[in-house]
Design a protein around this ligand. Structure first.
Ligand code: C2E
Ligand code: CA
Ligand code: CA
Ligand code: CA
Length: 279
């Protein structure tokens, strides 16, 4: 979201100001983090608009560094992109969360979707296509149970080949979501360029939903455009029952946010959303 982005930036520039050697230190620690098993994944529930049915989870990476403590992905993902680590980390998230979904699908007979964040840069890398296909064949998951979330940032740098790679991925049957919708530049023009299944409305539109008529009008218009283009709408950052009420009135398809659950460990996600039926 917008505020997250601002926080990430001030964090980041602050750490730059503190010292270049600290940034170097972080680069160095990040390079070894995968090998040292310092990453984990937390899962945030995505529920139907009535809040009665689990639709799936978003996988969100966490880095717990013995030296630095918990480092937010808003801080280390941009660094991983800069120093060329994002493909390796991204593929780890993909494999790990797909294995988790496989386990859950075998334990609970529920058709749920795992939604995975993919950095624009990962699509420049040739490894993404075979990796996704490999994960699908290894796990035997229905391709449509995997969803890749991309942001508008993708379109700023995307070559025709990158876009083509994404179209090829899409034709393997996976789902595609446009994340953080509305926070970038000229968002509308991107909607038709790739076959998105899902549009995720950013939290910044939700914050003012209860008492800002303009935010309501924006969300209503976005949902109506998405539906006309046969896309499902997931609204992020839902925190209050009032927001839930408004979003139901506006015909959102799915909701995600602290109101339902913070991102939690696989064990907790399973206990709260899968092993007990009903939400
Ligand atoms: P995002 O993809 O937009 O993810 C949503 C962020 O909002 C998450 O922050 C989530 O914990 C937080 N959030 C969800 N519901 C609420 C709510 O109701 N209120 C508030 N205040 N926050 C909420 P998180 O986990 O810190 O992730 C931050 C960003 O880092 C993500 O934003 C995404 O851009 C990136 N990220 C996280 N995991 C991955 C990953 O595996 N790969 C890549 N490439 N990026 C990742
Ligand atoms: Ca975001
Ligand atoms: Ca996301
Ligand atoms: Ca988002």
């Amino acid at each position: 979201s917008k505020s997250k982005g601002r926080n990430a930036y001030s964090f980041y520039s602050q750490s730059l100001n503190q010292s270049a050697s600290e940034r170097l230190k972080m680069d160095q620690l990040l390079r070894g983090a995968l090998e040292r098993n310092e990453f984990s994944i937390v899962y945030q529930a995505i529920v139907s608009e009535q809040g009665t049915r689990l639709k799936g989870f978003e996988a969100l990476i966490r880095w717990s560094s013995p030296e630095l403590g918990q480092v937010s992905p808003s801080v280390f993902i941009p660094i991983a992109e800069q120093i060329g680590l994002i493909s390796e980390i991204g593929l780890w998230v993909l494999r790990e969360s797909a294995e988790q979904l496989k386990l859950w699908q075998s334990r609970y007979d529920q058709a749920i979707v795992m939604s995975i964040n993919v950095s624009p840069r990962q699509f420049h890398d040739e490894s993404i296509l075979p990796a996704v296909k490999g994960v699908i064949s290894k796990t035997g998951l229905p391709p449509a149970s995997l969803q890749l979330e991309v942001t508008e940032g993708l379109f700023l740098s995307a070559s025709e080949r990158t876009l083509n790679n994404i179209r090829l991925l899409k034709s393997s049957g996976i789902r595609l979501a446009l994340d953080d919708f509305g926070t970038g530049f000229s968002s509308l023009s991107y909607l038709n360029q790739l076959p998105f299944d899902v549009l995720k409305i950013d939290k910044s539109f939700v914050d003012g939903l209860e008492n800002n008529d303009k935010d309501q009008a924006m969300v209503m218009a976005i949902i109506s455009i998405a539906h006309r283009l046969s896309m499902e709408v997931v609204v992020e950052g839902v925190e209050t029952p009032q927001q839930v009420h408004v979003l139901r009135e506006l015909s959102a398809d799915a909701l995600q946010g602290y109101y339902y659950s913070k991102p939690v460990s696989a064990r907790e996600a399973e206990a709260r959303f899968l092993s007990q039926s009903g939400l």
